[in-house]
Design a protein around this ligand. Structure first.
Ligand code: IMP
Length: 195
């Protein structure tokens, strides 16, 4: 059935809020709304494979138009780490502050603090899958600053800015972010496919 509802396979309220702002023409449905689990494993070593795995799992449960995403922070001086391990960088507790502190500690010996966020959005429409990528380049700050956003936002300064993502207004993050870029490509695709 063609509908303007689309299921976003995440339980992260921040991601849902960001996606709804970037996709105003669609009603974002969440796993919680339809009483299914959003706790899907991420067993693979690439963001692409994990995002595809998530969206295929959700599609097999619902047969709805759906998308899922996986995001990684890739730090140049650490050879792209934490990358696919971003959520559990400091351990399975997935704690944002622990993750940021470990990253800051590991970066201490390095002069190059350049990094990028990379989001892979996987879309599933009638069983067919599509991939969209969004990248935000910047650098890692010397300490966590700011209260907005989530995850590693307090230590990421986007290129062209002097403040971290957590210090910038959410409207700015939503204009420039990795997720915004990937979701804008998704929105364009959905529009062209008349969905
Ligand atoms: P996942 O994509 O939900 O598995 O997230 C991977 C890790 O990246 C988690 O630690 C998230 O908190 C973090 N993360 C995902 N998106 C963002 C973002 O937009 N800003 C900061 N951290 C993020």
């Amino acid at each position: 059935m063609i509908t303007n509802s689309i299921l976003f396979g995440t339980s992260n309220p921040n991601k849902i809020k960001e996606a709804q702002k970037i996709l105003p023409k669609y009603t974002i449905v969440t796993p919680t709304d339809i009483h299914i689990s959003s706790d899907i494993d991420e067993p693979y070593l690439t963001l692409e494979k994990n995002a595809l795995h998530k969206v295929q799992t959700i599609y097999s449960m619902t047969h709805m138009h759906c998308f899922a995403e996986d995001t990684g922070l890739e730090v140049s001086a650490l050879d792209g780490a934490p990358g696919v391990h971003t959520a559990r960088y400091a351990g399975v507790q997935r704690n944002d502050m622990d993750n940021m502190q470990l990253l800051l500690k590991n970066l201490e010996p390095h002069k190059d603090r350049s990094a990028r966020f990379r989001t892979i959005v996987a879309l599933c429409i009638s069983g067919e899958t599509y991939i969209f990528e969004g990248i935000l380049r910047g650098k890692i700050s010397l300490e966590p600053l700011g209260e907005a956003g989530f995850g590693y936002d307090p230590i990421f300064i986007p290129r062209g800015y002097t403040q971290t993502l957590a210090e910038l207004p959410s409207e700015v993050k939503n204009e420039i972010s990795h997720r915004a870029k990937a979701l804008s490509k998704l929105a364009l695709f959905l529009g062209q496919a008349d969905i």
